[in-house]
Design a protein around this ligand. Structure first.
Ligand SMILES: CCC(=O)SCCNC(=O)CCNC(=O)[C@H](O)C(C)(C)COP(=O)(O)OP(=O)(O)OC[C@H]1O[C@@H](n2cnc3c(N)ncnc32)[C@H](O)[C@@H]1OP(=O)(O)O
Length: 299
């Protein structure tokens, strides 16, 4: 009995490890040493990244470091990575809302930590670690939404581009301030921004470091909705917005996200083949059979 439980958990750990390796961009073959960078990041503590999984299949991920405008400390980067593993294995999940504590989104990386790991080699390792994590966020089988209240600056603006959708509260701003810090985005924000708003618009935002308010963000396609509420009510409003897109069973919602992901990331022929495989996972499945038994009409 004990041996079979042990084997089972070993299989689960192995599956999670393989899953993580598939979803990540960098591993040891790219010269990336995750253990080493995690040990470095652990020296910069403070704040937390808190995950709440709802019974309705919607999770909330809160970037929480209020005294520093939710800047990412080293331990928060590690926690964000760990929360991705938790979400990847959440079979009942359908959606995710990423937001910041204290009615502001995130002011990027913690400047104290950045100063302390300022060698190019360490910078590249931190960058690979965060790109892996944010790519896994983007590839979650969940519909993800960034709820931007207050400010999303630097790495905070990059974090919001890793979500499928962005909702902006009144008076909020997204701002790629990297150039003013003598940097360019490194957490994948430039590449993702170009996919979202095109290279000319992205070029303008990155080179001017302009504040993007909700109306302009909506106009250029960076935001999907301007919310009416601020404070805690905006989280409620985000839940309501997301619920339009997460109706139905987790299996179908997750399959849908996978189809979108393959269309987004793969070449057409590969995406078509993946779509066929994913179709096979829902065809004749419980949700499909239930719909057929009801002889649904779509009037
Ligand atoms: C991936 C690469 C990157 O992320 S590069 C971008 C790094 N981020 C930044 O440069 C943002 C720097 N911060 C700011 O511009 C301002 O603090 C902003 C966010 C506009 C807020 O201004 P304001 O509302 O006046 O508040 P404040 O400056 O008094 O800040 C409150 C406390 O929070 C701190 N804080 C803020 N951001 C960070 C950060 N990124 N890292 C570390 N600490 C940060 C401030 O220092 C301030 O702390 P304290 O009260 O002075 O102890």
């Amino acid at each position: 009995m004990a041996i079979s439980v042990w084997r089972c958990s070993l299989t689960r750990v192995r599956a999670m490890w393989l899953n993580k390796r598939c979803l990540s961009l960098y591993n040891s073959s790219h010269g990336f040493n995750e253990t080493e960078i995690k040990e470095k990041l652990a020296n910069f503590p403070g704040g937390s990244v808190d995950l709440t999984k709802g019974a309705n299949g919607i999770a909330e991920l809160c970037v929480n470091n209020s005294s520093r405008m939710n800047a990412f400390t080293g331990t928060m980067m590690i926690q964000l990575e760990e929360q991705m593993s938790e979400l990847e294995s959440w079979q009942d999940g359908k959606g995710l809302i990423v937001y910041g504590a204290g009615n502001t989104f995130c002011s990027g990386s913690d400047l104290k930590a950045v100063k302390a790991i300022s060698s190019p080699q360490e910078g590249i390792m931190m960058c690979m670690f965060m790109q892996n994590t944010l790519t896994r966020l983007q590839r979650l089988p969940l519909i993800s939404v960034a709820l931007v209240q207050g400010k999303a600056l630097g790495g905070g603006s990059e974090l919001c581009t890793a979500c499928d959708f962005r909702l902006m509260a009144p008076e909020s701003e997204i701002r790629f301030v990297h150039k003013q810090m003598g940097l360019v985005p490194g957490w994948g924000g430039a590449a993702r921004l170009i996919h979202l708003i095109g290279s000319r618009n992205a070029f303008k935002l990155l080179s001017s470091t302009a504040k993007v308010d909700p109306e302009y963000a909506l106009k250029i396609g960076l935001a999907d909705e301007v919310l009416n509420c601020v404070d805690d009510r905006s989280l409620e409003e985000a839940h309501k917005w997301l619920s339009t897109y997460t109706k139905g069973s987790p299996a179908v919602n997750r399959a849908l996200k996978k189809v979108i992901l393959s269309g987004r990331e793969q070449k057409l022929e590969d995406a078509l083949r993946t779509e066929k495989d994913i179709f096979g996972t829902v065809w004749g499945g419980p949700a499909n059979l239930e719909a057929l038994s009801k002889a649904a009409k779509h009037k």
